[in-house]
Design a protein around this ligand. Structure first.
Ligand code: SF4
Length: 428
């Protein structure tokens, strides 16, 4: 796609605004398509510019395109001044394809594992009940009828009382406000007590259960902090999850050096009886052209195998939005800082994935520095989740601007965006 002229982008934006100001539902559909195509054009233009950023004309073009950063927020303001009815329909149109009304909560930074590709800094700290309450209240102020609360960490099951408290509060508020709330929880699966499982089932959670494959694949990438072999416990817990009838996806993370193992892992996990399997390529590290090609070949083979054998390949569903590196979900850290999500992928490259080794204090410093760059507000002062909505284009510009001088991080970001774009046909 050629680099678009700013005047053409402005025309696209004007057209979307005109359509959004009409209340007729068909106007909304058209506006949605219009905004989606504007986002795509901006993203592609920015990618091309980033590749040639040393030329002065490119820098001018960049300044022109940067004018469109967070344009949806400006659009929302203009529409409200024009007294357009700002209801869920209009908001859905404005933010569909950009960010859902979803809040990630880092309920703890503790974890029993030390996965080689993990960028989340570990320390024994959990969210306070006050911060969790403020996070839930913020999400429930969303202008949309359907919202999602996603518990994350660290290992969220290590802070289960807090998960329970937040979920119950969210349920109560949702009922009063006539909203629907869905719960997600990403877990390493090592801490699944009977009572917790019951609560998860009763409250209709969807679990994202991490299991990279057979014991060798799992333990080589995901060592326990205590150095112990936990694989049989993991298998037992996966089986209990199946028996309890909890809805879950199994997620297997693939490093560049293991790109050739995707199909084998997929078949292994399906052989254990799992029916929804997601393959996550490791982000935050560089994938060579050969590794990318191998990954795509293996993913395509896994998709074919899944279709034939009645297993859901989650990457091929609309739930997967590529490039994942640019999906900046609203995230609440333990200490009450709200930030936009891609930060968790943008620490220094962990040693096992091919980057230079880093010491733990350096990693912590790096995490906090990144979080500061992408921080939005303290949760107690945040008013509306919609205000922090961002498109993939917004996140792309923020990332590349933040790391303009840190060439190694910028290289990783561009590489991962490129890979995500190549994976898109799978999720189309
Ligand atoms: S289980 Fe999750 S939080 Fe813990 S080290 Fe692994 S990826 Fe990181």
């Amino acid at each position: 796609m050629p680099l678009m002229r700013a005047s053409i982008l402005s025309e696209m934006l004007d057209r979307a605004e005109e359509l959004l100001a009409r209340s007729a539902p068909e106007g909304c559909d058209e506006a949605s398509a219009c905004l989606a195509s504007l986002d795509e054009t901006l993203l592609e233009s920015w990618r091309l510019l980033e590749r040639s950023m040393t030329r002065p004309s490119s820098r001018r073009a960049q300044a022109e395109i940067e004018r469109f950063l967070f344009y949806r927020r400006g659009l929302l303001k203009r529409l409200s001044r024009r007294k357009a009815a700002i209801g869920p329909g209009l908001l859905g149109t404005l933010y569909s394809g950009s960010s859902r009304s979803r809040l990630f909560m880092f309920v703890t930074h503790s974890c029993q594992l030390r996965c080689s590709y993990c960028h989340v800094v570990k320390y024994p700290g959990s969210m306070s009940p006050e911060v969790a309450d403020a996070g839930v209240d913020l999400l429930m102020r969303s202008l949309r009828r359907e919202v999602e609360l996603h518990f994350f960490g660290g290992e969220p099951m290590l802070a289960f009382p807090l998960v329970r408290r937040a979920a119950l509060r969210a349920r109560g508020l949702a009922k009063r406000a006539n909203k629907k709330v869905r719960f997600w929880l990403t877990t390493n699966g090592l801490e699944l007590g009977d009572e917790a499982l019951r609560f998860i089932k009763e409250n209709d959670f969807t679990l994202e259960f991490s299991c990279d494959g057979a014991d060798e694949a799992q333990l080589s990438q995901r060592a326990s902090a205590a150095g112990s072999d936990y694989y049989s416990r993991l298998r037992r817990n996966l089986a209990r999850l199946q028996e309890a009838g909890v809805r879950y996806n199994v997620i297997s993370v693939v490093l560049p050096k293991n790109a050739g193992s995707v199909l084998e892992r997929f078949r292994f996990l399906a052989g254990l009886g799992h029916r929804r399997i997601q393959i996550n390529y490791a982000v935050g590290c560089v994938w060579t052209q050969e590794e990318q090609a191998e990954l795509l070949r293996q993913m395509a083979a896994a998709a074919r195998w899944a279709r034939k054998n009645g297993v859901e390949f989650v990457n091929a569903s609309s739930a997967r939005r590529e490039p994942v590196f640019l999906n900046g979900d609203l995230t609440l850290d333990c200490d009450g800082t709200l930030f936009r999500g891609p930060i968790i992928f943008n620490g220094e490259t962990p040693p096992e994935t091919g980057g230079a080794p880093i010491s733990k204090p350096a990693a912590e410093g790096s995490y906090l520095r990144m979080r500061d760059i992408f921080s939005l507000a303290r949760v107690e002062t945040a008013v509306l989740p919609e205000y922090y909505g961002a498109t993939q284009f917004d996140n792309f510009v923020s990332l590349t601007r933040a790391y303009r001088r840190r060439l190694s991080v910028r290289r990783v970001a561009l590489n991962n965006v490129e890979l995500g774009l190549r994976c898109r046909p799978m999720s189309a």
